[in-house]
Design a protein around this ligand. Structure first.
Ligand code: G6Q
Length: 550
């Protein structure tokens, strides 16, 4: 028998059974499933670690769930989870551990990578970050001319940006309001120009966040920031007071002029999109303070423990991950909508796009073979009620199946009149409308004219998850992020792909590096691209007043 870890999803016995189950279940309407089981809405829920998860409005029967759980077993999910938590090099193509869970493991525990316990160094960096954050927050950290910092700008991109931006926005309520936080990521000069537009370099601290410290966008922005500061302060010694770095690359950081004591380290076993709770979270820590930051890490850790220790049938990330597989591979849904009913989570869908799509957007297995099934779906979304007045139309009445993750909080951080009741009424109503719709008969009974009935019918049977949390605190944010990290992991294991590499971003980078010099010289030798790219290059050269021959 083939070792179960190497077995493709489509070779599992449960896969065949799920196919049969799909044939039956796809014919059922959620209305039937609910009317046949009055307890469904209570029974198909899990409450653990402060998260209430209702999966009753999914197009599944008990048999489906049993078979999906069997699929998880047959895929070797238990062993894979253990391997990740043990620090094994599960990122096969880069020969690295994927050990973000170590970043939130409490002091005193041990996780060994390459013969060394990494937990003490995690806490050492956290302590240094706390000390630095306290200095900035208290005004003790002074700029070159003796002024306290009023502006903190994170320069980074991808994993070194999306986490910090999302977390700052999510936890803005807890942030120190006399500090301004901005984020520069894009190579488009507009990003830089607008971020510094009204700022004084004397009061501005730059955090250069880059694991490699070689990323083109980040380094270009970092050097522009350096020039901006030096233009006013005129002395290279100013750099030490206005720049700190977060990186794994000590040599490059030194070369830039940042002192080693102003560098906060992380490690190759932290993937970019899993790095928010490494030193990459420094801007978040400065914003909310070290205690709240540690509370966020505790939240992450609680979800890690839930994932590691809870039986799969009560394990929220496992069940969510399996439901994702169900829609992706049986219903052939192409996308998942993430719909937080919480304004502070406005950047959460963008953050999840990288986490999910960079992790599971793969077309070969860990062994390099073409996968014979679909892998990661497209994630997208917006905060709740705004979406209702734009794209929800397609989710309700379009021809595509879009499973939705609704995220709601029982308590508002900004209670104002009836706002929160209305917000929650909306999220519950959307899930209800999607599931049960409105029949022709109901439309007729409402007196809708016959010619409009087809337009006014909602077929329903559109699935959604409902995640309910108490209120958005740093700990709750940690839980929510870890929840999605583990959903991604669960799915990656089932699809047998490497969720921790990202080779797909390489080619574009290489080609951009080849094209950029072709805009520079007065005369170019013959362009060697395809005819479209050659013409685009010539056109841009003309717009710069350069010769367009070549
Ligand atoms: C994330 C990716 C990618 C990375 C950026 C920035 O998982 O690896 O988004 O975070 O390319 O890389 P640096 O931090 O090295 O600048």
């Amino acid at each position: 028998m083939k070792k179960k870890e190497n077995r493709l999803m489509s070779e599992c016995h449960s896969w065949k059974l799920l196919k049969e189950n799909y044939r039956k279940v796809s014919q059922l309407h959620l209305s039937q499933l609910f009317s046949g089981d009055p307890q469904r809405g209570k029974r198909m829920t899990i409450e653990d670690s402060g998260v209430y998860f209702d999966y009753s409005k999914h197009r599944v029967t008990d048999e489906t769930i049993q078979l999906l759980l069997q699929l998880a077993e047959e895929s070797g999910l238990h062993d894979s989870i253990d391997a990740m938590f043990r620090g094994e090099k599960i990122n096969i193509t880069e020969n690295r551990a994927a050990l973000h869970i170590a970043l939130r493991t409490p002091k005193g525990k041990s996780i060994v990578v390459d013969g060394k316990n990494v937990i003490p160094k995690v806490h050492n960096v956290l302590d240094r970050m706390a000390d630095f954050s306290n200095q900035v927050r208290s005004g003790q950290w002074r700029g070159y001319t003796g002024k306290p910092m009023r502006n903190v700008i994170n320069i980074g991109i991808g994993g070194s940006d999306l986490g910090p931006v999302m977390a700052y926005e999510a936890l803005r309520y807890y942030s120190q309001r006399n500090l301004n936080f901005r984020f520069i990521s894009n190579i488009d000069g507009t990003d830089f120009a607008e971020a510094i537009y009204d700022l004084d370099p004397e009061e501005t601290l730059f955090i250069i966040s880059s694991k490699s410290f070689t990323t083109q966008e980040t380094m270009t922005n970092a050097w522009t920031a350096r020039e901006w500061v030096l233009h006013q302060l005129k002395d290279k010694n100013a750099i030490a007071r206005h720049f700190v770095a977060i990186s794994t690359n000590v040599a490059k950081v030194k070369e830039f002029g940042i002192l080693p004591e102003n560098m906060f380290e992380f490690w190759d076993w932290v993937g970019g999109r899993y790095s928010l709770d490494s030193a990459i979270g420094l801007s978040t820590m400065i914003a909310i303070g070290s205690e709240k930051y540690r509370a966020m890490l505790d939240g992450f850790h609680q979800m890690d423990e839930h994932f590691l220790t809870t039986p799969f049938s009560r394990n929220i990330p496992v069940i969510m991950g399996l439901l994702g597989v169900w829609y992706n591979n049986f219903f052939e849904a192409q996308t998942v909508a993430v719909l937080p009913y919480e304004q502070y989570l406005k950047r959460f869908p963008a953050y999840l796009q990288q986490l999910t799509m960079e992790s599971n957007g793969k077309h070969v297995t860990i062994n390099g073979k073409e996968v014979p099934y679909q892998t990661g779906p497209i994630y997208w979304g917006e905060p709740g009620t705004n979406g209702q007045h734009s794209f929800y139309q397609l989710i309700h009445q379009g021809t595509k199946l879009v499973p939705c993750d609704f995220i709601a909080f029982m308590e508002s951080l900004n209670p104002l009149g009836h706002h929160h009741d209305l917000l929650i009424a909306n999220v519950f109503a959307q899930a209800e409308a999607l599931a049960f719709g409105k029949t022709q008969q109901e439309a007729r009974e409402e007196g809708i004219p016959e010619n409009l009935i087809p337009h006014r019918v909602f077929e329903g049977n559109r699935p959604s998850s409902m995640l309910i949390l108490d209120k958005l605190t740093p700990a709750v944010l940690g839980k929510l992020i870890a929840l999605y990290e583990h959903i991604v992991f669960t799915q990656g294991v089932i699809w047998k792909i490497d969720s921790f590499d990202q080779w797909g971003v390489e080619l574009g980078k290489v080609l951009a590096a080849r094209i950029a010099p072709e805009f520079d010289s007065k005369i170019i030798s013959t362009l060697q691209h395809d005819s479209s790219t050659n013409n685009l290059i010539r056109r841009y050269r003309r717009s710069k007043g350069l010769s367009s021959n070549g």
